[in-house]
Design a protein around this ligand. Structure first.
Ligand SMILES: [Zn+2]
Length: 127
């Protein structure tokens, strides 16, 4: 990719962090990925370089993953450093969320394990 192209992409703000809405002036290119939000069914359209990225639905605001079109290799993506950085941040956010979830589940597991032990004890006491 030439420096000029990179500058152009930066200007256009690609890949869009938010999917374009379907307003009348939204342009759909052949290379765009068009898909429906799995949460609200809103029709979304995003630049092909957004494939595999996590975005927020412009309609319901839910986190969604842009599908990777059949036959498209993620290696084909012509990512510039800015895009890779964006992807890195998104991945890091996901990781943090997953870690928080894992922590909550561990606490739940500990509580359930205690309950099982208590039930076991009371069963033995009643035997
Ligand atoms: Zn949605």
């Amino acid at each position: 990719m030439s420096e000029e192209e990179i500058a152009e992409n930066a200007e256009a703000g690609l890949p869009a962090g938010d999917a374009a809405d379907d307003s009348a002036d939204a342009q759909i290119n052949d290379t765009d990925i068009v898909f429906d939000c799995p949460h609200c069914g809103h029709n979304l359209c995003i630049d092909y370089r957004g494939a595999g990225l996590q975005i927020k639905c412009s309609e319901c605001g839910e986190d969604i993953f842009v599908p990777i079109p059949d036959g498209m290799k993620i290696d084909d993506l012509d990512l510039d450093p800015g895009e890779i950085l964006k992807q890195l941040f998104a991945t890091r956010r996901n990781l943090q969320r997953a870690e928080a979830r894992a922590e909550a589940l561990e606490e739940k597991l500990a509580a359930v394990t205690q309950q099982v032990a208590a039930l076991h004890d009371s069963l033995l006491a009643n035997a």
